[in-house]
Ligand binder design. Sequence first.
Ligand SMILES: Cc1cc2nc3c(=O)[nH]c(=O)nc-3n(C[C@H](O)[C@H](O)[C@H](O)COP(=O)(O)OP(=O)(O)OC[C@H]3O[C@@H](n4cnc5c(N)ncnc54)[C@H](O)[C@@H]3O)c2cc1C
Length: 441
Amino acid sequence: MSAAQQKSPADILKTFEISDGIFAIGVKERGVTLYNQQVRAHNLVWALVEQHRSGARGLGRVAVIGAGAAGLTTTAALLACDNGTSITLFEKEWDLCPVQQGCDGRWLHPSLYAWPSWGSRAPSASLPILNWSEGRASDVARILLDGFARYCEAYGKKRLRALVGVHHLQVQAATKEIRFIGTNVVVNDQYFTQGESEGRTDRFDTIIFAAGFGWERTNQFNTNSYWRNEQLGQPGLTVDRRRYLVSGSGDGALVDVCRLTIERFRQDTILYELFGDTLEATEEHLRMYLKGRENDGLLPYFANIEDTLLRGPKAALRKRLRKDTAVTLHIAGKNLDEPNDLDNIFGPTSSVLNRILIYLLYRCGAISISRRPLDEAISSAHISTDHVLCRHGCDTESHLKLIFNDYNFVADKFAEMGTTQAQHPERYWKPGYFPTAEDRS
Ligand SMILES: Cc1cc2nc3c(=O)[nH]c(=O)nc-3n(C[C@H](O)[C@H](O)[C@H](O)COP(=O)(O)OP(=O)(O)OC[C@H]3O[C@@H](n4cnc5c(N)ncnc54)[C@H](O)[C@@H]3O)c2cc1C
């Protein structure tokens, strides 16, 4: 029996609960992806609905805070599973799924960041609610929104209240009250038409926190959010070679380094282009090695396989180095003023795929690596401040403090979630559990 089958709805619910009746999706988990957040949303709804049906815990009036992939999946799944529930969905921005909407330059794949695990190259998320396949982030956002509208049409006409442009949203965790000012929207085909604005305080029985992770920390450099359109992947149209510094050691930083250094880089094709016929054999080798070593630094291992498994990919990559850019990777850790070790980039803060790409770039001499304090790294490489990209993750703590009026009431539980990492993105529901939008039409 797999670990996924052994867990009961009550077990699963505990991993999401931050105080009585308040649940948070993924906020403190590491390695968050859009797909993982959707799987967590399915798990949470499955556990809540099962508890509701068994009489162990009723759903009552439900609030979902945040209309990104996690909030939309949660709302659609709840509408479809329980036809007695009324749901209020709060979104801070002026449209649903605002983070990835219109983002044409970033590629989203459901599970490539789990590579080389089995099935990780499969293009479809194969999810029962709001399914999608790999594509530009903007296309994925459209698919999620179209799917959400279909669920609203099929199940939610009377039971869903959605508000956008929500500001001053304050949760009082002890009483499950939410104070807010926002604008109602109603579903109109696949769009959401503006209704009345209002400000009030409502009490809920179940609150689901799906408001993401907060603003990306950009230091003093005003780096655009990862999901805003930019031109890093495009060759320059001036003769000058451009110098860039990318600071960070997570996937956001490493992807930007790849975009800046590899010619015609595409996240969806790079594996096939570099590994060719040896891809499956390499995956098998990597899987065997990584078993039980998921948290290890991979630098010594990559060095061991450099002349065997990585020989072909390194030669292929060498032919594709961009000629119009010069890139420094600044290895930033928590404390920007203290030098970090090279091992940090190859540790578990990023996907195996991106770590291999960076290793190959490093061994092709395509990037400089800086361990100096950020200011020194910038000035010594003569980089203009508008070519500095800080990818230092999100300031989740400040985000939570802004939303929870009585943050102290939930602070310990959030801290515990960060330590236990218990919201595994495994599927706990049985196939066929969630109704499709078409089941109702
Ligand atoms: C640099 C970087 C690179 C990333 N790269 C990838 C990648 O390649 N692939 C991938 O799958 N994932 C990637 N991610 C993670 C990705 O952003 C998340 O997986 C995805 O957006 C999670 O969806 P979500 O719904 O949980 O959160 P979000 O998409 O953040 O949605 C949260 C929603 O809540 C809303 N909200 C926030 N505060 C409030 C409030 N007070 N009141 C009401 N609403 C509120 C927000 O406006 C937003 O719409 C990356 C993240 C970063 C920072």
